[in-house]
Design a protein around this ligand. Structure first.
Ligand code: NAP
Ligand code: MG
Length: 406
């Protein structure tokens, strides 16, 4: 079979540990035999980031901006233990944080559902997508451990040096904690645009939640800006597509989502999205089955699996023991990136290949060949085999070949 050609390149961001091993296997078995892969390769392994003083991460993010599409493997975010383990010069920043800051994007997370693994919430029929604002709030907060009695104030000085606001936060009589956080109108507006654009793309409703009854300036601003973007830029397109936008308090939405059948985009502020995406993933079946795409307001897309480097599997693999890691979210990331490249280039063959690629993985799982994490969750009568990584990818390749020649 002739390999599918790619007009333009994608940025390929390789990573660490077990997911790095899987990355190579996925390419060898599922991509390179079928596609004349056109990618700009960036090695984001912890060793390469350490060697380049993290310049490689910045180069990779720039490549995503230039090429508009990237696919990323899971990477280590170093802590003190990792610094010792890998003899690092420094505790390098999370690559995801660097990339998100450079792309100013919104992260959309959607679980992959398999009929053999029933969601914990029995009324969920369709996947729920969490759209997480990836800028500001506690992730860019300034904090202070208050040592003892004293007054904490919030002061704003305008660019001409005039103090325009001063409020007492608290009069401390003893030790405590203090935090100041911020967000920007332009970032909130692009968050709203990303959510509505993505919703039109996948034809789903948007639910946005915050706590504007308590946070009368901060969360209220989010609510008003979302409504403004919707009314001015998206209302008519939503009406034409039969889609809806609704705002509600976060506790109200949390309760409604549990009673829904799913199939909507739940837009969340940064911290809410961090928590809710893990909750939705676990309740949908399993953490490793979560896909993730970072969408920037100017139309750049970075696809990845939401899980980490699966370090415990890596240690077993290095000891030569068989491991059964779930590859579906990483395969979905490749499929997502290739599909988007196909859409942008008008490359039907590439889009068709990407569809077959994600279907092949799901089909193999549906047939009862499940990686260990899901094998544990399904009815034993429905489990045919729990294949180790090499065999699992081989099964997926066979299915992919069948789908492509159909
Ligand atoms: P993790 O790698 O996601 O693994 C946590 C646990 O989830 C694993 O021990 C495993 O459970 C299960 N799991 C995750 N992915 C799986 C898969 N594909 N197949 C089967 N089981 C899977 O998270 P972590 O252990 O907290 O973090 C490890 C490293 O990854 C850290 O250095 C962290 O910085 C990094 N990380 C990177 C990203 C990213 O790049 N996006 C995200 C999160 C974490 P069992 O032990 O029960 O098998
Ligand atoms: Mg989280």
């Amino acid at each position: 079979m002739e390999k599918i050609k790619m007009l333009n390149a994608i940025a390929e961001l390789d990573g660490d540990e077990m997911t790095h091993v899987l990355w190579g296997m996925i390419k060898d078995e599922l991509i390179l035999p079928f596609v004349a892969l056109n990618s700009e390769y960036y090695d984001l392994s912890i060793q390469s980031r350490d060697k380049t003083e993290d310049a490689v991460t910045v180069k990779a993010a720039e490549a995503i901006k230039r090429l508009h599409v990237g696919v990323k493997c899971a990477t280590i975010t170093p802590n003190l233990q990792r610094q010792e383990e890998y003899h690092l010069k420094k505790l390098w920043k999370s690559p995801n944080a660097t990339i998100r800051a450079m792309l100013d994007g919104t992260v959309f997370r959607t679980p992959i559902l398999i009929s053999k693994v029933k969601p914990v919430v029995s009324c969920w029929k369709k996947p729920i997508t969490i759209a997480r604002h990836a800028y500001g709030d506690i992730y860019k907060a300034v904090e202070y451990r208050v040592p003892g009695p004293g007054k904490a104030e919030l002061v704003f000085t305008d660019e001409k040096g005039h103090e325009t606001s001063r409020q007492t936060v608290y009069d401390f009589k003893g030790p405590g904690v203090l935090q100041a956080m911020h967000n920007r109108d332009d970032s909130i507006i692009s968050f709203a645009r990303c959510c509505f654009t993505y919703a039109l793309n996948v034809k789903q409703d948007v639910w946005f939640s915050s706590k504007d009854t308590i946070s009368k300036d901060y969360d209220q601003t989010f609510k008003l800006l979302f409504q403004k973007v919707f009314d001015e830029e998206f209302r008519s397109q939503f009406e034409a597509a039969g889609l809806h936008y609704r705002y509600a308090l976060i506790d109200d939405v949390a309760a409604k989502v549990i009673r829904s059948e799913g199939g909507m985009i739940w837009a969340c502020k940064n911290y809410d999205g961090d928590v809710m995406s893990d909750l939705i993933a676990a309740a949908s079946g399993s953490l490793p089955m979560m896909t993730s795409v970072l969408v920037s307001p100017d139309g750049n897309f970075e696809y990845e699996a939401a899980h980490g480097t699966v370090v415990d599997h890596y240690h077993k693999w290095r000891e030569g023991k068989p491991v059964s890691t779930n590859p579906l979210a990483t395969i979905a990331a490749w499929a997502g990136a290739l599909h988007k490249r196909g859409e942008l280039d008008g490359n039907e063959d590439l889009m068709h290949f990407a569809d077959c690629l994600s279907k092949a993985g799901v089909d193999v799982f549906e047939a009862g060949y499940l990686s260990e994490d899901l094998a544990r969750l399904c009815d034993p009568a429905e489990l045919r085999e729990m294949p180790e990584n090499g065999r699992l990818l081989h099964l997926i390749r066979e299915r992919l070949e069948a789908l492509l020649s159909a």
